[in-house]
Design a protein around this ligand. Structure first.
Ligand code: AMP
Length: 215
């Protein structure tokens, strides 16, 4: 399957993407994970992205499009992909449309995961992420805690609260979403290919996607 997953930070895009990858071998492409990996590795990309990320703002469209043009041509995308956290601005959506046409790739549809703001705030402040950049497993101190407090179940590295998951950064990220990314809902609605799912349970979102794929 080839989908765009839209939704505010904390809406469950990553969780839904991971569940979907198990269905047909599609790969999850998270620009946030790619950028965090680059920051941790101290690459030029990471250095350019770090300040915007930590403040809850957005990394430039040019940098993001450079990453995606390369990523979408990698062989593991052949079975399908789930775009998680991209596109995030109207210029990215327009550039993606041109890129996909150039690569001869057709998307199935865009999914908007709609979750109440109060749920999102609660989820993000209790989220913990594995500090190992090649793992980046996600936990939640309330709903999905690690077996040993503060230690990743998968790789044994410490889990941390991300710098962009402090209350101040979260509030800025949600403002950024409203201003820059929420307009994409209208963009994809106009394209006639949008599935909106209002659900806090990721399995419900996955089921709605499966139903639409089955036609
Ligand atoms: P995420 O994990 O998707 O919430 O992304 C974490 C941070 O990475 C965001 O708050 C942005 O600073 C940056 N980022 C991720 N994806 C994009 C994108 N498509 N465009 C611009 N910035 C992005």
């Amino acid at each position: 399957m080839r989908l765009i997953l839209l939704g505010a930070p904390g809406a469950g895009k990553g969780t839904v993407a991971k569940l979907l990858t198990k269905l047909d071998g599609s790969v999850q492409i998270s620009t946030g994970d790619i950028l965090r990996g680059a920051v941790a590795a101290g690459t030029e990309l990471g250095l350019k992205a770090k300040a915007a990320m930590n403040s809850g703002g957005l990394v430039s469209d040019d940098l993001i499009m450079g990453i995606m043009a390369e990523r979408l041509q990698q062989p593991d995308c052949a079975k399908g992909f789930l775009l998680d956290g991209f596109p995030r601005t109207i210029p990215q959506a327009e550039a993606l449309k041109i890129l996909l046409a150039k690569l001869g790739i057709k998307l199935d549809f865009t999914v908007e995961i709609d979750v109440p703001r109060a749920v999102i705030l609660d989820r993000l402040t209790t989220r913990r992420t594995c500090s190992n950049s090649s793992c980046q497993a996600i936990y939640n101190t309330k709903s999905n805690p690690t077996k040993v407090n503060g230690i990743c179940d998968k790789c044994g590295s410490p889990t941390i609260q991300r710098e962009d998951e402090t209350e101040a950064a979260i509030s800025k990220r949600l403002d950024t979403y409203d201003a820059m990314t929420a307009p994409l809902v209208g963009f994809y609605k106009k394209e006639g290919n949008l599935l909106t799912v209002s659900a806090t349970d990721s399995n419900v979102v996955v089921k709605a996607i499966q139903d639409k794929l089955a036609g």
